[in-house]
Structures are given as C-alpha cells and as structure tokens.
Design a binder for this molecule. Structure first.
Ligand SMILES: C[S+](C)CC[C@H](N)C(=O)O
Ligand SMILES: N[C@@H](CCS)C(=O)O
Ligand SMILES: [Zn+2]
Length: 325
C-alpha cells in the first residue's frame, strides 16, 4: 500500500500522532558499535565490508535495531545520518569526493528503506552545523554566526536527499542557534523540495541553546508569513531534557498555536562532549505516559525518543499514544 504523503496525513487525519523511533546513535553504541569518533553514528557505513559482506556484524546490528524499533511500534523512522555531512565525512574518512559521498548517502537511505519496508515513513536525518564541532548543546557558533555559510554546509546532503524517493521527510535536528534556524527557513522549494521539519535543541530553562526565547523563535516564523517554504511541515524539540520537555513544547505551542509540533527528548542524561559519554542525572524521571499526554495536549503530531532512548521507551510511547488519541 502506498504511503499517504505526510502533508496530507497531517491535514486529513488531525488526531493522528505518529510514533517515531528512538536514539539511534546511542542504541548502536548499546549494541557494541563504537560511535565515539568524529563522524559519530555514521561510522558503521564507512567500511566497505558493510556493503560488500551480507553477513557483516555491523550490518546485522543496524538491521536488528530497526527491527526492534518497528516491533516496539515505530511508524516513522530515521536514516542514521546525523553526522554524515560532506564536511564531517570528507575531513574524517577515506570518502573524499562529492561522487563518493553521494554514493554513501544513497546506499544508507536505500538500505534503511529495505530495513523498514514500504509501509513506514522514512526521515532523512540531518544533524546541525554544530554537530561537526560538537556544539549542538551550547549553541555557541563562534563570534559571527550570521556569516556562517549554512547552505554550503548542507547542500551536498540536501542535493542527495531531495532526489531520493525513499525519503518521505527531511529532519533538521538538534538546531541550537537562531542564525541556523533563520537560514534553513530562508530556503525555498528549489533548495528544500521535500517536506521537512526542524527539531530545536532547547536548554532545560526553556530557551534555545544560544539564549533565544521561544517567542523569538516564533517571531522568525511569523515574520516569514506566507513566504514560508510550503514544505515546512513541523517544528519541535529534540534531544532536550526529558523532564523539562513537556513545558518547553507547551511554550512553543503557546507561541505558535497553529504549527504542527513534534517532540523526541533524550533520556535526561547529559552528554560530555570531551569524553563523548553520557553522564547520569539524578532527577527522578516522569513517566512516558505523563509526558506523551502533555505533548499531545500541546499539539504534537510526531512523538519519539532521542539519545539514550531505546526500543522499550518506544513501546511505552506507542502505548501512551494509543491511549491518548
Ligand atoms: C547528539 S550528540 C550525542 C552527537 C555527537 C556529537 N556531535 C559528537 O561529535 O560527539
Ligand atoms: N537522530 C540522532 C539524534 C542525535 S541528537 C540519533 O538518533 O542518533
Ligand atoms: Zn539526541
């Protein structure tokens, strides 16, 4: 059965909430792949044996991870391409040319589609500019963030993803800086020709990591008015602190009541960017049942988990989504 285009699904079925998968990079790590390296979760796809050897151990791990997220109830899943920008890949792996990079992305997307089948939705995951210098949790883009050429950075990944029919949606994730948000939203359909969403990296105190308030974020969108790219489908938050995430989503909903939202928080643990490890947080966590109920009340249409959330979290999310929709 052909997938209903997401834009149509959001309008035709206003109560439908899609269950997303969980934190892929950290789940691969749980399953034995060492992701602490400059291309992070891209690493298994870099070795030629992943593609040439059907029985490769990493290939089996990635397939099993997708299977376990599907079995837990995920209806929309992501490619494992958070840190697969041309800059990250060409500076840190033997893949140096645009042609070889293009081949890598096509292989990853098509492999992901094979893993999830034709019925589920597939997101082309695009990490922020800050991922390659690991500042997605500070939003510190240096002294002149307004002069960063974000388009040049994202272009090779966009050129590939825009033309791959296996992708239903592009996801800009963990965006921590207002200049990056403005840049993405300034691109028209010639640059972003597929439906896309933006996941913001928000501080637990409720501001974008660079200090911009949610009202400031909303103003960027309101100021664009009907000039906004019609492919912009959803705004939301990802990899934000679990306990604070419902309040943050509510503030975004208050500021932009008509924009469909999405939310996929991390486990509440905190990333140590030097050691590339997750540190425990002693706060008592709310339940997914409570959190999901609040997200739905705030207009969430896609709900899942980010770093350090696993298939068991997706099962709890899926159970709660069924209960509250
Ligand atoms: C969302 S974080 C855990 C991704 C990894 C980070 N950009 C790093 O390079 O360590
Ligand atoms: N999509 C990425 C998010 C990193 S913040 C992952 O799940 O690994
Ligand atoms: Zn994350």
């Amino acid at each position: 059965m052909a997938r209903i285009p997401l834009k149509q699904l959001l309008v035709d079925d206003p109560k439908k909430v899609l269950v997303l998968d969980g934190g892929q990079g950290t789940e691969l790590e749980n399953r034995g792949i060492k992701v602490a390296n400059p291309v992070w979760s891209t690493i298994p796809f870099i070795s030629e044996s992943f593609w040439s050897d059907e029985s490769s151990a990493n290939r089996k791990i990635v397939k099993e991870m997708f299977n376990d997220f599907l079995a837990a109830g995920a209806e929309i899943l992501m490619t494992i391409t958070y840190q697969t920008s041309f800059k990250s890949v060409s500076e840190n792996t033997p893949i140096k040319t645009l042609a070889a990079y293009d081949n890598l992305l096509t292989r990853i997307v098509n492999f992901s589609r094979d893993c999830i089948g034709e019925e589920k939705y597939l997101i082309g995951c695009i990490g922020p500019w800050g991922a390659h210098v690991c500042c997605e949790f500070t939003g510190d883009y240096g002294p002149n963030p307004e002069s960063i050429d974000f388009y040049q950075y994202f272009k090779p990944q966009l050129d590939n993803f825009n033309k791959n029919e296996n992708l239903d949606l592009l996801g800009f994730e963990t965006i921590p800086n207002i200049h990056e948000l403005k840049a993405i939203l300034s691109w028209d359909e010639s640059i972003l020709s597929k439906p896309f969403y933006i996941g913001l990296s928000v501080h637990e105190h409720g501001v974008l990591r660079d200090g911009t308030t949610m009202e400031g974020v909303a103003k960027v969108i309101k100021d664009l008015g009907d000039k906004i790219n019609p492919n912009f489908l959803l705004l939301g938050i990802n990899c934000v602190s679990f306990n604070q995430s419902p309040g943050i989503l509510e503030s975004l909903h208050r500021a932009l009541p008509n924009v469909p939202l999405l939310a996929y928080p991390n486990s509440g643990e905190v990333y140590d960017t030097e050691k590339k490890i997750w540190l425990p947080n002693s706060d008592k966590l709310n339940s997914w049942d409570t959190v999901v109920k609040q997200y739905i009340g705030s207009g969430a249409r896609i709900i899942g988990g980010c770093c350090r959330t696993a298939p068991k979290d997706i099962l709890e999310i899926s159970t709660a989504v069924k209960k509250y929709t």
